[in-house]
Design a protein around this ligand. Structure first.
Ligand code: GBH
Length: 478
């Protein structure tokens, strides 16, 4: 990136974590083993027409059986941290009641394997796979789901709190609420804007109750965080007042609806007003904001691409790029007068424009908004059309360039005073990319879906070198 100046130090702090991330449903497979029951993603992926090619996570990359090999690979590459998620329906099959020990044992073995290899585990409790029984009882639009999550958080905290220091309550609640309940491109596939706003509030409540439950059972040294897909927003025309107003509308619906209550103990007034035709927010009860506004030890930012918006006539046939498959339903409640655009220029295989400056902007924004709160980049990465060449190697120079560009912006932010403690590449290996099935490859490690054989791509080797040296190798060196 042009903006990274030569004044930026070449190296990252010694304690910087060089990680990779995954999530349970995307990699584990073994969906019927050891007492696990279906989650909303099992149901959704088995519903015809919901995922590309009808792909499901039934086998995924069989990590449940191959975790030792996967941990060994991470260690060989030189990674120092690994972020994974726990499958709720493996631990608590009905979403209620006591824990299934066989389910927890898998995560105990995984964590022990990581620690033996000197890799620091970070556990995400919820990466979109609600036990189906809880959805049958109403899912996230129901308040009780937040209490069920707190019980589940306590069970996992009791089981792993002695050996895992880094905890993340929820991954990207925006996706759970608005892709799951408004646009319907994610499980459970509902298209009800009012339900999606209720879901967002109950996810916030789940975060707060879950954070408190974790703290009540874990050693005080452990850190509790949340991972948000914070949007870097840009007006289509920077000089247009209407486009700037559209940025503020979407900023409330993308960022403020989560950061507001979690970091500041309040929803933006402008959000409550702009959605008042959809809901009166009567599900927001006295005391909820205090419960949500728990002390946090860190904030996780997931970043892929900026979001460009403009004002549009309501009802006009505007492009609606939600980057997650197509739907006639918008994931933005009450924002039918906003249009979404893609930046010109380079795109990844998802069609997402490459612009590392959005990551710098977000880091600096949250450095200002939450002074003193350590930040982690809990996801960043790209899908490319990777294929093994004749000698079986996988060369992915575009991914190396993507990682180099984004890590350069992280380093620039650190030089400018941001407290970024680590980076988790999305993803360790190719996996089930939700509605896109196995069509999109985000891995630094290539997976042959016939043999399930793993092959590090050149980006994995490049990233491993960065991890070992604490500095970014020149992209053209590999
Ligand atoms: C992450 O979601 C997930 O945590 C991970 O499981 C997944 O595999 C990975 O990214 C890759 O997709 O403004 O309407 O265009 C990323 C989800 C993608 C959500 C971009 C917001 C833009 C929404 N984000 N998206 S829109």
């Amino acid at each position: 990136s042009d903006s990274a100046t030569s004044a930026t130090p070449a190296t990252f702090p010694d304690s910087f974590l060089w990680g990779a991330a995954t999530s349970a449903y995307q990699i584990e497979g073994a969906v019927r083993e050891d007492g696990r029951t279906p989650s909303i993603w099992d149901t959704f992926s088995h519903t015809p027409g919901k995922t590309a090619g009808g792909d499901t996570g039934d086998i995924a990359v069989d990590h449940y059986h191959r975790y030792r090999e996967d941990v060994a690979l991470m260690a060989e590459l030189g990674l120092t941290a690994y972020r994974f998620s726990v499958s709720w329906s493996r631990v608590q099959p009905t979403g209620r009641g006591p824990a299934v020990q066989r389910g927890l044992d898998f995560y105990r073995r995984l964590v022990d394997e990581l620690l033996e290899h000197g890799i620091k585990p970070a556990v995400t409790l919820y990466h979109w796979d609600l036990p189906q029984e809880l959805e049958d009882a109403g899912g996230w639009p129901e308040r009780d789901t937040a209490h069920r999550f707190a019980d589940y958080a306590q069970l996992v905290g009791e089981a792993l709190g002695d050996r895992v220091e880094q905890w993340i309550t929820l991954n990207e609640p925006w996706c759970s609420a608005f892709l799951g309940y408004a646009s319907g491109v994610h499980a459970p596939g509902r298209t009800d804007q009012q339900a999606s706003l209720r879901a967002a509030h109950h996810l916030n409540l789940a975060h707060g109750l879950g954070a408190a439950a974790l703290r009540s059972v874990m050693p005080a040294r452990n850190a509790v965080a949340i991972s948000l897909n914070s949007s870097a927003l840009r007006p289509l025309s920077p000089d247009s007042a209407a486009d700037l107003a559209a940025v503020r509308r979407i900023d409330d619906l993308a960022n403020g609806i989560f950061h507001g209550p979690i970091l500041h103990g309040a929803y933006p007034e402008t959000l409550l007003e702009a959605t008042s035709a959809i809901t009166d927010w009567s599900f927001l009860q006295d005391g909820d904001l205090d419960l949500i506004h728990q002390p946090l030890d860190a904030l996780g930012l997931n970043y892929y691409t900026p979001t460009v918006v403009s004002a549009a006539d309501p009802g006009a046939d505007v492009p609606r790029a939600d980057g997650h498959g197509t739907s006639d339903h918008s994931p933005w409640p009450g924002a039918d007068d906003v249009a979404f655009h893609q930046l010109p220029g380079e795109r990844t295989e998802m069609g997402w424009p490459v612009d590392p400056t959005g990551l710098y902007e977000l880091i600096m924004r949250y450095t200002r908004e939450a002074p003193g709160l350590p930040l982690y980049i809990t996801e960043n990465g790209a899908a490319y059309d990777d294929k093994p060449d004749a000698d079986g190697r996988v060369h992915d120079p575009e991914r190396i360039a993507y990682l180099h560009g984004h890590l350069t912006e992280v380093r620039r932010a650190i030089a400018d005073g941001a407290d970024v403690r680590g980076y988790y590449l999305w993803s360790l290996m190719d996996n089930f990319e939700w509605s896109y099935g196995y069509e999109k490859r985000f891995g630094a490690v290539y997976v042959d879906y016939a043999s399930l054989e793993r092959t590090p791509k050149s980006s994995a080797l490049w990233y491993g070198r960065a991890a070992r040296s604490g500095a970014l190798p020149e992209p053209e060196r590999i």
